[in-house]
Design a protein around this ligand. Sequence first.
Ligand SMILES: Cc1ncc(C[n+]2csc(CCOP(=O)(O)OP(=O)(O)O)c2C)c(N)n1
Length: 574
Amino acid sequence: MGVRTLQADTTAEAYLQLLKDRGIDVFLGNAGTDFASLVEAFARFEADGRGAPRPLLVPHEFVAVSMAHGYYAAGGRPAAVMVHVNVGTANASTAIITASRANVPVLMTAGRTPITEEGLPGARDLHIHWAQESFDQAAMLREYVKWDYELRTPVQLESVVDRALELMLAEPRGPVYLTLPREVLAARPGALTITSPSRRQAASERYPDPARIDEAAGVLVRAERPLILVSAAGIDHRAVAGLVDLAEAGGIGVVEADPIYLNFPHGHPLHLGYNQSGATNPSLAEADAILVIEADVPWYPALAKPAADATIMHLGVDPFFSRYPMRSFPCDVPIAATPAAALPLLAEAVRRHVDRHAVAIRGERLAAEHRQRHAAWQELALQQASRSTIGFAWAARCVGELADEDTVVVNEYPLDRRFAAFDRPGSYFASPHSSGLGFGLGAALGVKLARPESTVIATVGDGAYFFGEPLSCLYAQRAHALPVLTVIFNNQQWEAVKFGALGVHPDGVAKARGRFPLSELTPSPRFEELARAVDGYGERVESPGELPAALKRGLAAVRDGHPAILNVQCQRVV
Ligand SMILES: Cc1ncc(C[n+]2csc(CCOP(=O)(O)OP(=O)(O)O)c2C)c(N)n1
């Protein structure tokens, strides 16, 4: 058992060294006067070369947390975020909701206004120190973090940090929130001895109930039209391989339900497409057994459901989505387990019992369906190539064509995966279903931070772009050498809001008059000109034929180290 003495002048110095010791390499900060001793500590580390997390200033808290989110999703390593007291916490809250719903761990921390009005180093000396105090600062986030606490004394430093990290990494994972009062950070605790490496390991895979695996395998083997619906298993690349193995073992078609990662290769003959609101997958109604994997909303009961007698099974770390207040999908067979652990066991059990001949015949039928569906999508996208305005299917196809071994797409616009072929695990990330708009720009920066060797493309709607704090993102791209190609699919409106109105009032006045108040984004800004503010590359694209070459120019600029923005004028559906 190792022990280490931290050479620290203040608690802040000890804290940062402890984070580094625990594997936190990145510290995304949006500072205020509460950071006094952290600023001093980072300056000292810079001067004397002691190990500490890399500090990156991010000019908006929402972006900082979104970066931490993308950083974890792409690299599997959590980051620390620190914001300024209650006000910074409020700015970060939307991104914390998103991380929480996506089970993404973030060490979310905030200063806490000085407790004392005089008498201690760090005591109050500005008006804000009174006005920024909350009765319960953590209350703002409590519903969306797994744990919150305040560091009350330096003596507790190691225990508190280890508790935070342990709970953030225990399954199901998620953000935790720690507040750090200014006096505690400024205190001089003397040498602190810590256990190193930590003896508070939390990462532990959840293995499934063997009886449920047998039961599920039996259902899949007996079914004539078994189907897998998957949404978020692909954050773990092993789950993608496990899913391919299971699908092939049982001759089972796979549909991605509003995927937020690449879960199953688009080009695999058992990939039967996608299920999304407004585009129900035909396989859903045909299935007599459905295995739902890490999918909070596998289908929309108000729009389309599986057959009433289809057997429904749910596999996931928390297949009940316990933190969702209401969710009533039928579940005949629950399998609470890490998909990467459960899928090989399930594949093995299926393989033991399956009729190989029947699987081969079904496989051929599904491959034919795959070819037919894919050909229809391709045709639809290609039809849009010769239009005078840019259609979304064509735009998605062009982005898909751009993807190569080095590219990663972070999507926050309705990039319809039917038209954009992604096959590599980790090549695609989408906004989690809580959909706090603006996620995509910051998440793309986090992906770039985790994978500097990749070229990152952020695809966003013009609405999403506004929400993403674009200037903060452009600043961070240049300041921290994280250039990203941002493709804005600009329909000059909030089309989702229009669809919402039409869905609830299909014969309303808004439809009859073609007027949808509170959903027009005109006059649309010349978004491409923002790139100039950070010595980047910007271009406006108006016709389908121009798009492939424009995307290549944008990509070249990014590979050259410059942020790039393409303002793509898209056709309105409504
Ligand atoms: C923080 C936040 N505010 C508001 C919304 C509601 N909302 C959902 S989609 C949307 C419009 C998005 O516009 P855009 O990105 O241009 O895509 P489009 O709807 O045009 O396809 C809005 C405002 C939200 N999801 N999150």
